[in-house]
Design a protein around this ligand. Structure first.
Ligand SMILES: Nc1ncnc2c1ncn2[C@@H]1O[C@H](COP(=O)(O)OP(=O)(O)OP(=O)(O)O)[C@@H](O)[C@H]1O
Length: 213
C-alpha cells in the first residue's frame, strides 16, 4: 500500500483522495471527527498522551490490515509517524520513560515482518508532504478544528513548531520503505488543479520506478 505522511494540516487526507481516485484504488482514512480521545488529549496531554498513542496504534494497524489487498491502496497516515509525535510528547514531559519504552517495543513487535506472511506490513511507498511552519499554521486555522486552534491555546505554538521541525529529520532517517517528498508549499494540490496534476505525475513516475504501476 501507499502511505501518506506529514505534519498536521499538510494535506494528507486530500492527497489520499486525489491519489486513490487517480489510481482507481481504495482510500483508507482515520476519522479525526470520530476520535473521542483527541479533544481530551489536547485538554490534558499528560493524562491522555499514552492512551491516545495506543488508540492510534490500534487504528493504524486496522487500516494496514484492511488495505492489504492492493499495493496501490492509499492510507492517509503512516503508522511510523506516531512514534515521532509520541517522542515529542515524551520529551515535553507528557509521557513517562516507561510508557515511551513500552510503546516503542509494542510498535516494533506489531510491525515485525514474519517469514511466511503473504503481505508486508510496511508500505510499498511512503509519500511525505512537507510544508513550512507558516503554511502549517494557516491550514490549521483555515480548517478550524477548535481544539487545534492557537487562539484557544497559545502553548500549541511551540508544540507545532517543534513538530514541524522534527519532520525534516524524521523523513531523512525513515528507512522502512521507498519514500518520496512532495513540496506542499510549492504544489497546492487542493486549490490548484495544475499543481494536482504535477504531483500525480511525480507519484506515477515513482510508482513506475518501483514497478508498482
Ligand atoms: N500520534 C499522535 N499523537 C498525538 N496527536 C496526534 C497523533 N496523530 C495524530 N494526532 C493529532 O490528530 C489530529 C489529526 O492529525 P492528522 O495529521 O492525522 O490529520 P490532519 O491534521 O487532518 O492532516 P492533513 O491535513 O494532512 O490530512 C491532529 O490534531 C494531530 O495533532
Amino acid at each position: 500500500m501507499i502511505a501518506l505522511a506529514g505534519t498536521i494540516g499538510a494535506g494528507k487526507t486530500s492527497l489520499t483522495q486525489l491519489l486513490a481516485d487517480h489510481l482507481n484504488s481504495q482510500a483508507f482514512y482515520e476519522s479525526v471527527e470520530g476520535n473521542k480521545i483527541l479533544p481530551l488529549f489536547y485538554k490534558d496531554p499528560k493524562k491522555y498522551g499514552f492512551l491516545l498513542q495506543i488508540y492510534f496504534l490500534n487504528k493504524r494497524l486496522d487500516e494496514i490490515k484492511a488495505s492489504y489487498g492492493n499495493d496501490l491502496n492509499v492510507l492517509d497516515r503512516s503508522i511510523f509517524e506516531d512514534a515521532l509525535l509520541f517522542k515529542l510528547n515524551a520529551d515535553m514531559g507528557r509521557a513517562t520513560e516507561t510508557e515511551s519504552d513500552i510503546y516503542s517495543s509494542l510498535l516494533s513487535n506489531m510491525m515485525e515482518e514474519l517469514p511466511d506472511q503473504v503481505h508486508q506490513k510496511a508500505p510499498n511507498l511512503l509519500i511525505t508532504i512537507q510544508v513550512s511552519f507558516d503554511t502549517m499554521l494557516k491550514r490549521i486555522k483555515k480548517r478550524g478544528r477548535s481544539y487545534e486552534q492557537l487562539a484557544n491555546d497559545p502553548s500549541l505554538y511551540s508544540y507545532y513548531k517543534n513538530l514541524n521541525e522534527r519532520y525534516v529529520n524524521w523523513y531523512e532517517q525513515y528507512d522502512e520503505s521507498p519514500k518520496m517528498l512532495i513540496d506542499g508549499d510549492k504544489y497546492d494540490f487542493v486549490e490548484d488543479e495544475q499543481a494536482a496534476q504535477q504531483v500525480l505525475k511525480m507519484i506515477d513516475a515513482k510508482l513506475a520506478e518501483l514497478n508498482l504501476k
